[in-house]
Design a protein around this ligand. Structure first.
Ligand SMILES: Nc1nc2c(ncn2[C@@H]2O[C@H](COP(=O)(O)OP(=O)(O)OP(=O)(O)O)[C@@H](O)[C@H]2O)c(=O)[nH]1
Ligand SMILES: [Mg+2]
Length: 286
């Protein structure tokens, strides 16, 4: 999949994040547990420099639990503590304030010994669009303080949120990198919902996804769409099989493969197809 997308507001956010970094004690990098590598913005390593960092593997309810455990271990081994959370149910979120405090304890102790008054820990929350940054903050705050929606590009400007337990969190708009050189990365970002739907072909994305599922989780595909016998080898035929099963027809009486594509993407994103992780840590480096 070929996607070129870097709206002007993302360049602005990148500059803003760089500037605001001096205000914060720690950077919380929210990743999508289904694609921990592809959802990492390579920029973040460069921009955040030596700041303490905590990785949050969000949407872990949609990811393969075994691989989520492997990813936590992988990040920890490379010196980056990581915690898996589900910001819908709140699972794992309660442990986060303790982790943050531990990671910045040294700095806070230094501030105290230089005679400064105690203040809340300042945390900047960054990540790609639609990964759940605002949801995560709302769960941490225990209330709906930031705007959220199930499409990329909802948070527009940065916003500070005070959380009981002495944390100040900065919500930031999602940023993607300017160019996706790797087609596999573009594909994963598109099917997990990080890229606006108007910049890629739905047919194409759903077709790729069906192929990926048939290679990696064929039983999930068969069970959900009641496909018996051989799975079709060609993406377009798979879309037809799904459309057929669901009775999606165009006014002309043909199988409505666009409707099938929309439904496949929706069911994948909502977890109705199952829990999937699209990449394993063995193939990546930090
Ligand atoms: N299943 C599941 N869905 C989640 C989770 N966290 C967030 N979501 C969904 O992801 C969507 C996007 O969440 P937001 O918090 O608005 O995402 P964001 O990262 O702030 O997005 P931008 O502001 O656009 O950068 C929401 O519609 C949530 O329903 C999670 O842990 N699990
Ligand atoms: Mg947001």
């Amino acid at each position: 999949m070929d996607i070129q997308w870097f709206p002007g507001h993302m360049a602005k956010t990148r500059r803003q994040i760089k500037e605001d970094l001096k205000l914060v004690d720690i950077v919380i990098e929210v990743l999508d547990a289904r694609i921990p590598a592809s959802s990492r913005n390579p920029d973040v390593n460069v921009i955040t420099g030596g700041k303490p960092r905590l990785i949050i593997l969000n949407k872990s309810d949609l990811a393969d639990p075994v691989l989520t455990g492997s990813w936590e271990g992988f990040f920890l081994k490379t010196g980056l503590p990581a915690a898996a959370v589900d910001s819908l149910s709140g699972r794992g979120v309660k442990l986060v304030p303790g982790l943050i405090k531990r990671l910045i304890a040294k700095k806070m102790a230094e501030l105290a010994s230089s005679g400064r008054r105690p203040r809340p820990a300042r945390c900047m929350v960054v990540g790609i669009p639609n990964v759940g940054k605002s949801y995560f903050i709302n769960k941490l705050a225990g209330r709906g303080v930031t705007k959220t929606e199930d499409k990329p590009g909802i948070t527009r400007g940065r916003q500070w949120i005070r959380v009981a337990g002495a944390l100040d969190l900065m919500d930031t708009p999602g940023i993607l990198w300017p160019k996706f050189e790797d087609a596999a990365v573009s594909f994963r970002l598109a099917v997990t919902g990080a890229i606006k739907e108007d910049v890629y072909d739905l047919h194409d994305a759903a077709g790729h996804l069906l192929k990926w599922l048939s290679e990696n989780y064929p039983h999930a595909l068969r069970d959900r769409y009641k496909i018996t016998g051989e799975l079709p080898a060609v993406a377009e035929e798979m879309l037809e099989a799904v459309g057929n099963r669901r009775g999606f027809l165009t006014p002309g009486g043909k199988v409505d493969t666009l409707k099938a594509a929309q439904v496949v993407l929706k069911e994948f994103r909502s977890g109705r197809l199952g829990r999937f992780t699209m990449e394993a840590p063995e193939n990546f480096k930090v």
